[in-house]
Design a protein around this ligand. Structure first.
Ligand code: NAD
Length: 466
């Protein structure tokens, strides 16, 4: 979809005009390109003082695996932990050094006073982060901490990270990863996602990594040998999801309504996937999915992407618009999940990923039906996550909540509202379907066994519901 303003400010004259008028200055975001290094620049790593080295040991192992160019501050004893992972660190002394990633292990922070160490680490390098850079803090989930001083300090990190996301601009993202004690070995897929260009339009997010079982993968094809079903795959975000999952090695069963057969067939054949035409609200949808899955040895992931909008203010909304949206966006997902779990359609360690919306978090004028359905999706994810934790088959469920994504759905929004939605975020631009797809591929990875019950917004840190 076209973003004429975004294109204009890329020109030198456009840049000048926008700067002088104080208008938003969206930059071209880094996005995944095959063959590129995971981290496209140097990483400055730090650790708050304290005895627990388990987070930084995992961080060091991951940075070593991805051959990162690592810097540390001279006073920081994290360099010993990095050395244990055979990383040769450089010392951050030259004020001309620029960093692509700032990564801080805050897991030892145990009171308000110690938050000063976060300030000290980031203050001196705040202006030295490259375009499309990454700020990542790793802490401990406050809800699992009984000591009040520690819990408040860990919770404080959220305010810091979200403010950095709003301040740094130039496509720089900021995230907080809360890792449960004993789950540090599950950080790989999350840190790889957040340090890389794959997380281009994800910012200001808080992710919880827990103790589920993560499976080792070949990082060049993390979904290799897996069968994954995507609903609504004939166009828009669903098409991008199908393409990214296939790029990562999965066989994708592309599902859409019979009316979309031609487009669906085209997508499926381009990614060597298969086609399933069925309306997800129909009575036999579960059985048809089960048949298609059985032919390929069961499903390793299902991506509930299909969704519709039928916007009207509540007073003007007829019953049919309400029923249709709730039925497609919410009730059918709950019904299909129940069917798939009861009939062993999902393999052990399967991943369920749902597509919610920031409309379900913030609410939206003219979208009582849609926002209700998308908030319900988050409720479904939270409740199912608990159930999956108990059934010991290694399955997980998570959701993405897209903000303004450039698709046919958003192209239909009236110009002024569309332009506002596009700019009112820390990236000053709309996201692309591929940004949602990359986030889903991260959740769908066998290596993401520690992610269960998360809802991550893919919204460029939209001001709506923030
Ligand atoms: P889209 O309209 O381009 O695509 C939706 C697809 O779902 C279509 O191919 C459609 O045929 C299919 N579908 C609809 N009803 C179906 C049914 N009953 N059975 C099977 N397939 C069905 O929309 P999109 O913008 O690509 O959105 C995809 C998902 O992302 C939706 O769930 C949407 O609510 C969500 N979302 C989109 C945005 C955005 O900015 N585009 C923002 C937030 C959330």
């Amino acid at each position: 979809m076209s973003d004429h303003y975004g294109d204009f400010v890329q020109s030198s004259i456009g840049k000048k005009v926008a700067k002088n008028l104080g208008l938003p200055l969206p930059v071209t975001l880094d996005r995944f390109e095959s063959g590129e290094n995971l981290v496209r620049g140097s990483v400055l790593v730090g650790r708050a003082s304290g005895d627990d080295k388990s987070v930084s040991a995992s961080v060091s192992r991951i940075l070593s695996d991805v051959h990162a160019d690592v810097y540390v501050n001279s006073s920081d004893d994290i360099k010993d932990t990095l050395a244990d992972a055979s990383i040769e660190t450089k010392i951050n002394t030259d004020s001309d050094d620029k960093f692509k990633v700032l990564l801080f292990d805050a897991s030892n922070i145990s009171n308000a006073k110690q938050l000063k160490e976060v300030y000290e680490f980031f203050h001196t390098v705040a202006r030295r982060v490259e375009k499309s850079g990454r700020v990542i803090i790793v802490g401990r989930p406050p809800e699992k901490i009984s000591d009040i001083d520690t819990a408040l300090a860990q919770r404080s990190l959220e305010g810091f990270v979200k403010s950095v996301g709003k301040e740094f601009k130039r496509g720089i993202t900021a995230q907080l990863v809360y890792v449960e004690e004993g789950a540090e070995q599950n950080l790989d897929s999350t840190l790889r996602f957040f340090t890389s260009a794959r997380s281009a339009y994800v910012s200001g997010q808080v992710v919880r990594v827990s103790k589920g079982t993560s499976i080792e993968v070949d990082w060049t094809q993390p979904l290799g040998g897996k069968t994954m079903l995507v609903t609504g795959a004939s166009r828009g975000i669903g098409e991008a999801i199908a393409r990214v999952l296939a790029r990562e090695g999965a066989h994708v069963i592309c599902l859409d309504v019979p009316q979309q057969q031609a487009d669906l067939q085209k997508v499926a054949s381009e990614i060597s996937g298969s086609v399933l035409t069925v309306d997800i609200t129909s009575d036999d949808a579960g059985a048809e999915i089960a048949d298609a899955a059985e032919k390929r040895g069961g499903l390793d992931a299902v991506i509930h992407n299909a969704g519709v909008t039928r916007d009207k203010t509540l007073a003007k909304m007829d019953e049919q618009k309400w029923d249709m949206v709730i039925n497609i966006n919410l009730a059918s997902i709950a019904k299909l999940n129940r069917y798939m779990l009861d009939n062993n359609v999902l393999n052990d360690d399967a991943r369920i990923v749902c597509v919610s919306s920031i409309s379900g978090i913030a609410g939206n004028l003219g979208q009582t039906n849609y926002a209700t359905s998308k908030a319900g999706v988050i409720g479904l994810v939270n409740a199912t996550a608990k159930q999956l934790e108990d059934n010991a088959k290694g399955m997980t469920i998570n959701a993405v909540a897209p903000g303004f994504i450039e698709t046919q759905m958003t192209e239909a929004i009236p110009f002024a509202i569309r332009e506002a939605g596009r700019r009112m975020n820390s990236m000053s631009q709309g996201g692309l379907p591929v940004d949602v797809a990359e986030t889903i591929a991260w959740f769908a990875s066998p290596a993401s066994g520690g992610l269960n019950g998360n809802t991550v917004r893919v919204c460029g840190q939209s001001l709506l519901g923030a």
